[in-house]
Each structure stands twice: as C-alpha cells, then as structure tokens.
Design a protein around this ligand. Structure first.
Ligand SMILES: [Fe+2]
Length: 340
C-alpha cells in the first residue's frame, strides 16, 4: 500500500508534522482521488480560511479498511471517494456522520447526495457508449439494453466485472429494468464481447481505435482526459472514437459522482463541513470539475469547453444511493452471466 502524505499549513503549524494533526484549525483528509485533482483546491481553501489541510491518498477500499481499523482513533475528518458505490460502502461500514447544511442541500441535487447527509456528490460523470464512427452508424446505437442485441456480436470491448463502474451501471439496470431483464441483458452483452474483459476505460478506447472492437462503455472523463493527454498515442486513439449518449429516448444516461462525507468521529467537524461547502462554490466547482473533465454538481456552473462540446444530454434521475445499495446484487448477476 502506498500512501502519500503531504501537509499544507496556512498557519505556523507547518513544521509540526504529525503533531499538528491534533491542533485546531486543521483538517485531515483521506482521499481516493489523485492528489493533483484536489491539491490546488485545498491550497485555495487553506489560504482563504487559515485552516491547514493534511491529505492521505490511497485506493478507495484501502482507505475504507484503514478507517475501519482506526475506528474512533482515526485522525481523518473527511473521506473523499471516486464513486457512489464506494461512498455507500463507506456509509454501510458506519464511517460517516450525518451533516445538515443548507448550503450543501441547496447546491447539490437530492438525487446526488445521501438523504441524511452522510455523503455528498461533488462532481458528475456519465457512462457512455464510445464507438468507431468508421464502423458504426450512430443510428444503430440507442440504449445500454440495445448492446445485448446480436448485431453487436464480437464487437464490444469491456473491462472486467471487478470494476465498480460496470457494477454501478448494472445496479442501475436492476433498478430500472428489474432483475430478470438485467440477467438477460448481461447474458446478451457478454455473448457480444470481442475479447475477454481486460484493461481500464482508456484501454477500451485504444482497442476501438486499433480496430479490435467497435463499441465500449466508458466514463466521460477518460475521453476528456485522453483528448488533453500529453501522450500523442492517447490523443490519436481518442480522435478515432465518438461518444453516444445512451437512453436519451427514455430514462437518460447512467451517471455517477465523486463525493465526500464527514467521518463519524471527526475531531474537526466544523472545518470539515466548511470544506465541503467550499467545494460547491462557483469557483471550486468550475475548477474541480474541469481538473478531471467532469461535470459540475451544480447545473448553473459552466462546463469545461470539451464537455460543453459534447452537447446537452438527459441523465438518469435514479437516486445514486441505489447504485451502492444494489451493488452486491449487481456483482452476483454479472458473475452468473459469466462477465469475468
Ligand atoms: Fe476512474
């Protein structure tokens, strides 16, 4: 496990290091988001409020396990996660405390936060169909359900079922279509795979570009990330795919959030809430969403140029807490269908 720790201190606590963790006007964050995606935002927060911020970054499940092990003794005040499924998992492990904030409730749609204030969505991503415009007529695409149609036999690239993004999508299918229809959908999808599931979302895009398959499910920010990549191979690959917004004629595209909650035994509860409120301000939202090519949680905040270029889309209105609540059912259904 690699955990990086960096400390910023607005006040004189700079040299206090770990000893500073117990002091007032400090905030300790466990983050599953990469450091570069949050650091500038936290620096601005520190400058503005005088609250020093310490961050530990690691994978979602590593942080959840660590918080469970640390229990009441944890120094953590806030947990930031990159998926609703993980936020729900943390809430089920009783890691969060309820937060009542009119600022958060006003700025974050009810669909995108936990009803008791255990966690709050802070940025939005959609899971869309990436396709080869050379080999796929967009008129033949329509919905997630349609990907089970035999016309896609041998044409779909997919990452494994072990990844939470496909689990969350499957959970949304169960919520919208029911368990039986979802079983049939999974079976049909898996039968259409071009190769055994492998790689991350970026690899599915690269394989479409390389002609190994024609369509794949990917999160929007990977497309934005590849468009702005320093690696010319990534820019070339993504230039060969187009995005299709699924289910626009019915419920809308599947969306998910990155988000955060205040830790149950947080020693800096007030500062923690202040940071969450800071993260939904206009400026923070614009920067935070743009840093990872995500959509702001607030509709009134402008999207980045790249995202605006993709046009408007209809999003599934399903409360995203359902994605976590149906996670284990989704995992079992994927396993039963042979999605490795
Ligand atoms: Fe991701």
């Amino acid at each position: 496990m690699t955990i990086q720790k960096w400390a910023m201190a607005a006040a004189a606590a700079t040299l206090a290091g770990f000893a500073g963790w117990a002091q007032a006007a400090e905030l300790n964050i466990y983050s599953a988001r990469k450091e570069e995606l949050i650091r500038p935002l936290l620096e601005k927060f520190s400058k503005k409020t005088g609250i020093g911020v310490n961050v530990v970054t690691a994978d979602d499940d590593v942080l959840i396990q660590r918080l469970k092990a640390e229990g009441r003794n944890t120094p953590a005040d806030i947990l930031i996660m990159a998926d609703a499924g993980r936020l729900v998992r943390a809430a089920q492990a009783d890691l969060f405390q309820p937060v009542k904030s009119s600022i958060l409730n006003k700025n974050i749609p009810a669909q995108l936060r936990q009803a008791d204030g255990l966690w709050f969505g802070l940025t939005i991503r959609a899971r869309v169909i990436a396709y080869s415009p050379e080999r796929v007529k967009p008129g033949t695409l329509s919905s997630y359900e349609n990907l089970a149609d035999p016309q896609w036999k041998g044409r779909i690239c997919s990452r494994s079922s072990g990844n939470v993004y496909n689990q969350s999508l499957t959970a949304s299918m169960i919520a919208n279509d029911g368990a039986e229809k979802t079983d049939a959908w999974l079976k049909g999808m898996v039968a259409n795979f071009a190769r055994p599931p492998q790689g991350g979302d970026r690899d599915q895009i690269k394989d479409i570009a390389a002609g190994k398959c024609d369509v794949a499910l990917v999160n929007t920010y990977y497309i934005g990330g590849m468009m702005q990549s320093k690696d010319p191979a990534e820019r070339d690959a993504v230039a060969k795919v187009a995005i299709f917004w699924p289910n626009q004629a019915d419920r809308g595209a599947h969306i998910n959030v990155s988000g955060a909650g205040v830790i149950k035994n947080a020693k800096h509860r007030k500062e923690a809430i202040r940071l969450l409120e800071y993260m939904v301000t206009d400026q923070s939202q614009e920067w935070y969403a743009e840093a990872n090519s995500e959509f702001p949680i607030r509709e009134d905040v402008p999207k980045s140029k790249i995202l605006a270029g993709w046009g408007e889309f209809k999003a599934d209105a399903l409360p995203i807490s359902a994605l976590g609540e149906l996670n284990s059912q989704a995992v079992m259904a994927m396993d039963k269908a042979g999605w490795r």
